[in-house]
Design a protein around this ligand. Structure first.
Ligand SMILES: *Cc1c(COP(=O)(O)O)cnc(C)c1O
Length: 369
């Protein structure tokens, strides 16, 4: 079976370097927040083009700590999308605030700026645009609206390491940018990890306190904090992978270009790339009105698929009827019915890509209802 994602293939591709980093850390005697984390933070900040990067324990924690550092908490509303990984919405509630969910732009699957403006209330404190599937949200209007209403912008970049919008990396546009290093992400650890980036020294300072019990000085908390630290092993392994990120994203784009070219004229609808963006194709998501039959057909031919995401957050049992939605979320609910993710990772061979394409072509016109 050709899987949708394959972190093992990336380990095997860089095995020597990765094994070397593991031995270096194990023999180094520092295991949490040491020199590897510091070096990785500096290298990651340089890639994104910001002054500060603060390593934390996961992408979810990155969002929670970013919200807390920005002063968002109980009584505040945070606007984001319902078509996202549930972590985006969970993080808002973990910070004590209330999510307000808006619709997506149907062509790009990212936060609709018009929906943002309509969702703003006197309690709104922040907005979290999600760069879903590796595609930047339309940051320029989102930032313009946010400035007008005095909102903090916290980018959810968990699926978009290295993606570019109008010449600048995502994560460098908002007040804070949040990344996940979950193993299947474009930059993936061998366990959990996350990062918050910012240009603001005050926010960076608060993040460093929050991630370790609010300690300014060891064993003395200056504010109530968390335990959300990045460990040395993950940081060392991520430093190896970071060196290969641009090449890996290039290969993802190459595969995407071949898929898009080959799927024209078939019954599945390929993704669209925003003209002002460089997409990093964390996922390659197509649409089909016959999704379930398509998935079965592909599985029988050894082609794995997944659905990101089958149930919008506002319709999930944990949130349904409880979380505020700003108007009908028609594009969100439409996407949830039709999206399907095809295999996408840098180590896919050209032959495997052609197998995926050939299988979709064999499904043929069948996909039209
Ligand atoms: C993966 C992901 C997260 C959460 O990251 P974890 O490291 O799994 O906590 C948040 N938002 C989005 C969009 C994600 O894809």
């Amino acid at each position: 079976m050709i899987p949708v994602a394959n972190p093992l293939a990336q380990y095997l591709a860089h095995r020597g370097e990765i094994d070397g980093a593991v031995r270096r850390v194990l023999a180094g005697g520092r295991y949490i927040l040491g020199p590897e984390v510091e070096a990785f933070e500096a290298e990651f900040a340089a890639l994104i083009g910001v002054r500060f990067a603060v390593g934390v324990a996961s992408g979810t924690d990155a969002l929670v700590l970013a919200l807390r550092a920005a002063g968002v908490g109980p009584g505040d509303e945070v606007v984001t999308v319902s078509h996202t990984a549930v972590a985006t919405v969970a993080a808002i509630e973990l910070a004590g605030a209330s999510p307000v969910l808006v619709d997506i732009e149907p062509a790009y699957y990212t936060l609709d700026p018009a929906g943002l403006e309509a969702a703003i209330s006197p309690r709104t404190k922040a907005v979290i645009p999600v760069h879903l599937y590796g595609q930047p949200a339309d940051l320029e209007p989102i930032l313009a609206i946010s400035r007008r209403y005095g909102l903090r912008v916290i980018e959810d970049c968990a699926q978009a390491h290295g993606a570019v919008y109008r010449g600048r990396r995502v994560g460098a546009w908002g007040d804070l940018g949040c990344f996940s290093f979950y193993p299947t992400k474009n930059l993936g650890a061998f366990g959990d990890g996350g990062m918050v980036v910012t240009d603001d020294p005050e926010l960076a300072g608060r993040l460093r306190l929050l991630r370790e019990y609010g300690w300014a000085e060891r064993y003395v908390s200056s504010l109530p904090g968390y335990n959300s630290r990045l460990d040395e092993l993950q940081a060392a392994l991520l430093r190896v992978k970071l060196r290969h990120l641009e090449a890996a994203n290039d290969r993802r784009r190459e595969i995407a270009a071949r898929y898009i070219e080959a799927l024209a004229g078939t019954a599945v609808e390929p993704p669209r790339v925003r003209p002002e963006a460089t997409h990093v194709f964390h996922l390659f998501v197509v649409r089909s009105k016959a999704r379930d039959r398509l998935r079965e057909f592909l599985a029988a031919r050894g082609v794995g698929t997944a659905v990101h995401y089958p149930v919008p957050v506002h319709l999930q049992p944990a949130y349904r009827g409880r979380v505020r939605i700003a108007g009908p979320l028609a594009a969100t609910e439409g996407a949830a019915r039709e999206v399907v993710s095809l295999p996408m990772y840098p180590e896919l061979t050209d032959e495997e890509v052609e197998t995926v394409i050939g299988s979709i072509r064999a499904f043929g016109g069948d996909a039209r209802d």
